[in-house]
Write a protein that binds this ligand. Sequence first.
Ligand code: KIV
Length: 286
Amino acid sequence: MAYLQPDKEGKVYLPAIRTAKENGQKLVCLTAYDYPTARIVDEAGVDIILVGDSIGNVIHGYGNTIPVSIEEILSACIAVKRGTERAMVVCDMPFGTYHVNEDESVRNALRLMKYGGAEAVKLEGGRNRVPLVKRLVSEEIPVVAHIGLTPQSVYKMGGYRVQGRTAEQAKLLIEDAKMLEEAGAFAIVLELVPREVAAMIRGELSISTIGIGAGLECDIQVLVLHDLMGMTFGRQPRFVRQYANLRQVMTDAIHTWTADVKSGAYPSDDESYGLTAETKKEMAAK
Ligand code: KIV
């Protein structure tokens, strides 16, 4: 069995997300892809853990999310679920796992829930996903929608650019969001859209908006954990605020350990195992 954690007091399920929205209480969401980071994120009180297909960039170094497979995200989800007691675990449906037909999409979403322990799935796209969202929801699969910049469309979009900048594009995004809400999504990620457009979308919906690069108005903020922690490489988008430099912390620790090994300071006697006096005597007598 992939997960055995009992529900922790205050375990976050759908009703908790709805209540927070009704009370105007902001929530936080971070990605995690393995057991130790899931535990740290969960124990820090984060409300939603997203097993994002950003695993393709952050963990596997693919450069984008297109190659991520169901097996990769399933394995990550199992580990995250084991490390999580309170947060809601949402798992991304990778590119290609919900594109062929509805039955196959349902089967893949069910795999993420049954074997991965996901409590909801996330998929990218606007009005084109409405029939699928309806179907998934009718099969008891909670769905988070994702519009604006949808990284799985990187080749079609020709890069990672702010979406919804013109009045016409903004109107389409607002319509998409409303249609996805009507289809049954319980929350919607707004990625890289102007803050005014995110605020308009939020104003039109009763479900929670989850913003990334979408300004302050969203009900929930999400970031990629490794961006927040300074563990990603290359130029970061404008919306990333780095709260720690774990890359530097790790590099310093590795340098210090290497120097200790080379100077003979590691391992000390306390960090290794010795023979008992009795065994030493016995060996000397032979
Ligand atoms: O995969 C991911 O990390 C995401 C977030 C950026 C929302 O989809």
